[in-house]
Design a protein around this ligand. Structure first.
Ligand SMILES: [Zn+2]
Length: 461
């Protein structure tokens, strides 16, 4: 047999293997799961809150080690549910209500499938079990979402939006139109937006990059149906929205490096005229993978709070204003050609004290007088000699984004001057609290120091 023929036969055999229909379990109409590429038996069991043994018992003929794509597994423990089970990752602006509406499911079915105690606590990024009920023909409702108010029933809601109350109830799959919980979302037909939990005039919401990480920047993008005044917060941190286009606004938030990894409530408020709507949803903040520096020994005078604190407050007040114009476009450039000596975020302990501080920027090593260049366009808002930071420069890039350059041998720009990417703004040195010539580069977003290197990789907003 020639090499070519052997290859053809082998190919045919492998095609035959792939085309073999997947083994179908006996109760394919009961709750089941169709294996997807990359799935493992363990992942599937975990997704449905089962032990591997329980999933194996429900599928006695199945070899857990060898799953094939398209194979059907019986999922036990969901009595009364029929159809193929799957997973949906909850996105910003989605709730169990809006998901149920979009998938044509009863809210109660989703609650039961996910063993949800309080639907209000479902967070962005959470994997939700959903079911394709095989009844087909359900039209995906599109329209505006309204939040119900206390004391207002279907009739007043329908009257307010010029809708037929029975059509409204049917669209929202409520059997008892009189029964409404304040704050629940109700979809009214009209518009071409997919159903979300976002109340009109909020249309879309995005948090990027996701998951949100301590010491990193997150961009919250909100699209509205018409120009609207937006405000909001993540936990206790205020969000300041900047208008990018008529109906598109961004808030950039620097997540504090020492923020507790936890669920934080993302709250948005839209105001137009005297109408005001609120939307809120839990958003997880993940811990970053930061190093712990070996304990540092320094001259006690250099960590004296009486010296450090006023200088820190001075910088904080310089970087507090949010300039409405955005000066940059795309990613930031590195401000030095020097080697990266120390990254942002490493935990630090001075003179045997607790590990309660962190490295607030990125350090570039290099010879004295190596040039420092602007990483992005901006406007110089501070130059001066400081006790800890030495010869320092701060650039405002707009939208509450600032960069700082410490320990310079000389500063080459003046306050009020506009700088462009790559322009020399000073030279590296060892002024202030520095053990040798280097550049300490810092980036502030919304009043917090964050990892500047993220800005050289991720395009904001
Ligand atoms: Zn440093």
């Amino acid at each position: 047999m020639s090499k070519k023929t052997r290859l053809a036969l082998l190919l045919a055999a492998s095609l035959l293997l792939n085309l073999r229909p997947p083994p179908v379990a006996a109760q394919a109409t009961g709750p089941h799961y169709v294996v997807q590429a990359g799935d493992t038996f363990y992942d599937i069991a975990r997704q449905f809150g089962l032990s591997m043994a329980a999933l194996q018992r429900a599928n006695p003929g199945v070899n857990a080690e060898i799953l094939s794509v398209g194979q059907t597994l019986v999922v036990p423990g969901f009595a009364g549910v029929t159809g193929a089970l799957g997973a949906h990752v909850l996105e910003p602006g989605e709730s169990l209500d809006s998901l149920a509406l979009r998938l044509g499911l009863k809210r109660e079915t989703l609650i039961r499938l996910n063993r949800v105690v309080n639907p209000e606590l479902l967070f962005v990024g959470e994997s939700v079990v959903v079911v394709d009920q095989l009844d087909g023909g359900t039209t995906i409702p599109t329209g505006r979402t309204y939040l119900t108010q206390a004391g207002k029933g279907w009739l007043s809601l329908a009257a307010a939006h010029n809708q037929n109350p029975w059509a409204l109830a049917a669209l929202n799959r409520r059997q008892h139109p009189g029964w409404l919980i304040p704050g629940q979302s109700v979809v009214a037909p009209g518009g071409d937006q997919p159903t979300t939990a976002l109340p009109f005039p909020l249309v879309a919401l995005e948090a990027r990059p996701f998951p949100v990480e301590q010491g990193h920047t997150v961009s919250i993008h909100v699209v509205t149906a018409h120009p609207t005044t937006l405000s909001g917060s993540l936990g206790d941190w205020p969000l300041r929205f900047n208008v990018e286009a008529e109906n598109s606004q961004y808030a950039l938030l620097g997540v504090y490096r020492l923020a507790e990894p936890d669920l934080y409530r993302l709250t948005l408020e839209a105001r137009d005229g005297n109408r005001r709507v609120r939307f809120s949803q839990p958003l997880p903040v993940r811990g970053g993978s930061y190093a712990v520096d070996p304990p540092l020994k320094v001259d006690p005078a250099t960590i004296d709070p009486a010296v450090i604190q006023p200088e820190f407050e001075q910088i904080k007040s310089i970087v507090a204003p949010v300039t409405p114009a955005r000066h940059w476009q795309g990613v930031f450039q590195l401000p030095s050609v020097g080697a990266l000596r120390s990254v942002f975020g490493a935990l630090r302990s001075y003179n045997g004290g607790p590990y309660d501080t962190f490295h607030t920027g990125a350090d570039f090593s290099g010879a004295e007088d190596r040039p420092i260049t602007a990483p992005a366009p901006g406007s110089v808002v501070f130059t001066g000699a400081l006790t800890v930071r030495g010869n320092a420069t701060v650039i405002d890039h707009g939208w509450g984004v600032y960069t700082g350059y410490w320990h310079q041998s000389s500063v080459q720009v003046q306050t009020g001057q506009r700088v462009e990417t790559g322009q020399i703004i000073g030279y590296q040195g060892a002024t202030g609290r520095a053990t040798g010539p280097h550049l300490h580069w810092e980036l502030w977003v919304g009043g917090f120091q964050v990892d500047p290197l993220q800005w050289t990789q991720v395009e904001f907003p």
